[in-house]
Design a binder for this molecule. Sequence first.
Ligand code: C2E
Ligand code: MG
Ligand code: MG
Ligand code: MG
Length: 281
Amino acid sequence: EAKASYRGSYSFFSNEMNLRAQERLALENALREAIEKQQLRLHYQPQVMVEDGRLHGVEALTRWHHPTLGEVSPARFIPLAEESGLIGSLGLWVLEEACRQLADWQSRGIDVPCVAVNLSPTNFHNIELPPIISALLARYALEPARLVLEITENVLLDGNATTLSIIQEVHALGVKLSMDDFGTGYSSLSYLRRLPVSELKLDKSFVHDLHNDQTAQALSEAVIRIGESLNLVVVAEGVENEIQLNLLRQQGFHVIQGFYLSKPLPAPMLESWLQRRPPVN
Ligand code: C2E
Ligand code: MG
Ligand code: MG
Ligand code: MG
């Protein structure tokens, strides 16, 4: 009897797994189609300098509105893109779209100093990445330093020998590199010696706990110290309220980004946000 019920639950789970695999495959195909048909969109979240409230730049974040599922979170489709090999073409689409948008702002006299895009470790396996970026900058007549590539601490984790040289080539073009989600990955400190980053972004999980967690406070203070001594711009992401802003300001953070200022917005809405931009102080 025990055996029978075991078999029963086994087939139940196996059906469930099957269903999940099918759903996954369907979602993967839909994502492939969305990339091909250019149905993804970028939203832009402002990053503001703590000292004087000026715009530091914006971060481009990919949005996917699925015809029947509605809005699919990047937390879902980015891992899917990575596992299915779609992240390569997704990353290139994001780069091109961000450059196109920056050039559009430039031609209309809208002052957005730089655009940051998120790239996955896999994007740095592609030896074509540096020439592609170089061609994009030329095509859209952009100063290289106005493009920022956000990388994570895990970028070198797979031990792929070409990754570091591709990062260095991109850096040599004059493009800026920013270390995203700082504090959550592996060997953060040793990576700082090897990667030519000019910016650190303290992960939002630390910011979230700042007001009631001594450890989070000590860690964010350590990050600002490291950043200052290495001459890096230090950004706090995920700033949701004034308490956090004031703590980060006291600690000396240079730039803040988060819902307290604005959520990520479609380009036209970012433009109106810029016009009625509230001062940070
Ligand atoms: P991330 O690069 O660390 O981006 C910050 C995330 O925090 C974004 O989530 C943003 O909407 C969210 N956020 C901003 N301010 C706040 C705040 O005050 N509070 C909270 N709780 N969250 C805030 P999003 O857009 O859902 O993206 C999640 C992650 O997905 C990103 O984290 C990034 O790792 C990845 N991602 C998004 N777009 C792309 C992309 O185009 N390419 C790649 N490779 N990854 C992407
Ligand atoms: Mg990011
Ligand atoms: Mg981040
Ligand atoms: Mg993050």
